[in-house]
Design a protein around this ligand. Structure first.
Ligand code: UDP
Length: 311
């Protein structure tokens, strides 16, 4: 039975990964300092193969016994969080990645880091393929996340090349689904509660900026395939179906059957104008592509948000 550590295991993506790995027969240790994650995300996983450890991974990580896989998913992950937790965001991407890599090295475990499409910044190449180096403002408000993840990728490759750690880098594009923190500042967990409460939907800018949203079950499947592959350089995982944020808001209104109207707010600094993954590499090397349409995934997501206290 493989034994696996998921940092950020009580977060949105981390908790879905823990659940998937348990189903695949792993023994799973979720580690989280609960800064942006919550026990509610993992309560349903309590069983003999699952353990939760409350720990801040920027500090030394001690785990007794063997570990086969280390998945490093701890990080604040919304632009609002970066504004409120800039130092923690930098520390978990830099120091946390160092600790997680050190653990993987000492346990001879396979390592996988959650990187991000943010490493491409406000991209000048569209769609974004893995060979694009990006267009990032290091000193803007998003720089704390973007640069931490760029450093994390560099550190991961250094541990791979210098120490021989079997390391994987997944570049995650916008992902959504149940267990996103309501009103965390990201578009979907903001729009869905607004629509369910028949409140104005706050589109930033004129809503012409684009994103490509991947349902969480598709993402987790892609990550697992990368984890068990022999690939050591970055792979994009995301859904290439691109839409404007205005179109996305209109779909949310439709799916929730809401009376909400769109209201326009200023565009945040350095908000990328376009984003769409080129997933040729994942298709070719992992035989992976997303299967859940935006309306299907959004419907499931809305059902979950309806069970939450959204006030
Ligand atoms: N956005 C918006 N209204 C909101 C929250 C976000 O219009 O209340 C926009 C945001 O400016 C961005 C897009 O939706 O252009 C996606 O934002 P999100 O924070 O979900 O992801 P990211 O910007 O990191 O891709």
């Amino acid at each position: 039975m493989p034994r696996t550590l998921v940092t950020g295991g009580a977060g949105f993506l981390g908790s879905h990964l823990c659940e998937y790995l348990l189903k695949k027969g792993h023994q799973v240790i979720a580690m989280d300092n609960l800064l942006t994650g919550t026990i509610a995300n993992i309560e349903h996983l309590q069983n003999e193969n699952f353990k939760f450890i409350k720990h801040d991974v920027t500090e030394y990580i001690y785990i007794a016994g063997e570990i086969d896989y280390v998945l490093h998913f701890a990080s604040p992950a919304s632009p609002l969080d970066y504004l409120q937790l800039p130092i923690q965001t930098l520390k978990v991407g830099a120091l946390g990645t160092h600790k997680a890599l050190g653990l993987a090295l000492s346990k001879k475990a396979t390592f996988l880091i959650a990187s991000t499409s943010e490493i491409y910044g406000d991209p000048l190449k569209h769609p974004q393929s893995e060979d694009y180096w990006g267009h990032v403002n290091p000193v803007g408000p998003r720089g704390v996340y973007d640069e931490a993840k760029r450093f994390a990728e560099a550190l991961t490759m250094a541990y791979h090349r210098f120490h021989g750690v079997d390391a994987k880098i997944v570049r995650i594009f916008n992902t959504y689904g149940p267990r996103m923190r309501p009103n965390d500042g990201r578009a979907i967990p903001t729009f869905v509660p607004q629509a369910l409460n028949n409140e104005a939907i706050t589109v930033f800018g004129d809503g012409s900026q684009t994103r490509s949203f991947c349902y969480v079950s598709d993402l987790v499947e892609g990550i697992y395939r990368l984890l068990v592959s022999d690939i050591n350089d970055p792979v994009n995982i995301g859904n290439p179906t691109e839409m404007t944020i205005k179109e996305m808001a209109e779909t949310v209104i439709k799916v929730t059957d809401s009376q909400s109207k769109i209201t326009y707010k200023p565009l945040p600094v350095d908000d990328p104008k376009v984003r769409q993954p080129d997933i040729s590499k994942a298709k070719k090397l992992l035989g992976w592509e997303p299967t859940v349409s935006f309306e299907q995934g959004l419907t499931k997501t809305v059902e979950w948000f309806k069970t939450q206290n959204l006030r």
